[in-house]
Design a protein around this ligand. Sequence first.
Ligand code: FAD
Ligand code: NAD
Length: 367
Amino acid sequence: EKKVLASSAKDLSPSYDWFQTDSLITIVIYTKQKDMNEDLVIVDCQDKQLRGEIIMDDHSYLVEVDLDHAVSEDVAVNIAEKVGKVEIILKKKDNVHWKNLGQPSEGHNTFIKRTDRGLFYRKCKLVSKTEVTHDTKLFCLMLPKGTHLRVPTGQHVYLKHIIAGTEVVKPYTPVLPFLPLDFQEPPCHDGVHIYLMIKIYSHGLFTQALDHLQIGDYISVSNPEGNFKKSQVQTSEDLLLLAGGTGFTPMVKLLNFALTEVSCLRTVKLIFFNKTEDDILWRNQLEQLALKDERFEVQFILSQPSKDWVGKQGKISPSLLSEFAKRSRRDSKGLICICGPAPFTEQGIQYLKDLGYSQEEIHAFTA
Ligand code: FAD
Ligand code: NAD
């Protein structure tokens, strides 16, 4: 019986093959999984190092070799989504015949739990830094030419930087360059730039170092992580987003995804908690979006408003939530996503549960 199990497990794990022409090297990965897509394939090719990782649920398949000969930085990735075939196409620098693909690394051709794989980082160039509010900036990072990486909706990356001789790592959630108002087209991913909206704390270890980066400097960016599943939204009629401060960042791609690609959604509400009016991120864009799309509504709630604030004030509370978490129809299917300071998220979840929402109806973005 053991033998049968071993062989069936082997049949399920991905495999690879490679072939060459005069000018190209093609590596073909058979994932044996039907729903492959761009988000699940991460390729890095620099100098002679090739690393291709395929994400398959909580597992990861890796092709990692020190290539036999040099290749150019132009790497093409083709995905046959329905048959689960992934092709990585490399251009030879010299038109010579390769005897083998190269020297495999220790993790080459392994199919293991993602948590056992360890994060891979590549250096990205800071190409721009623009002000969003008095303390928050939009950082635009450029992926290296030989990298193919998309950060899925609801996931974050880790930035790594050496500060005073010590490696420091912090998570950040990529956003879009702006909130698209025109929902005709699917989200604009150029596949090259990663946008991060980051609040600079005056005593913050990492954010102070980030703020001191110059345009053209490099910073290490990891593969994406996170347990949010788009399918949670795809089956919902009402979507409620509760954001506190920079807890807004996961809501950016989520909003765009919901309004662009989820046809069953009837209402999308963002309740955005901030200290003061000056702290509200992308207020104008959010108000424009609410005018443009009748499914979308935004409410700003301030915990430290000035005297002239006529809008809502306070912190997250059962009464506020019971007002906003109403379903559009008595039995409509809802999803509530929450992100912000840890006490905000914890209290929010508790209040929602007290109001009768189940664990399955709530998604909290945490580390
Ligand atoms: P630290 O050195 O850790 O803190 C130093 C001081 O800064 C604190 O004593 C305090 O005075 C101040 N400070 C730090 N954090 C807070 C806080 N939350 N509230 C009030 N004061 C604070 N941040 C973003 O800006 N954008 C993102 O997209 C983003 N995504 C994240 C995704 C995940 C999954 C998680 C867990 C966190 C995310 N964060 C994000 C927070 C980020 O990871 C850092 O915690 C943050 O940038 C502070 O790092 P620091 O080293 O500068 O501050
Ligand atoms: P902030 O201090 O400006 O607070 C924003 C609002 O959150 C406040 O106005 C208040 O309404 C609420 N709030 C703050 N502290 C609270 C508390 N103790 N109890 C109840 N409500 C409270 O927030 P910030 O400085 O922008 O920090 C944002 C937080 O979001 C950070 O802690 C960051 O780590 C977290 N974050 C997490 C993720 C994630 O886990 N995926 C992503 C982005 C940001």
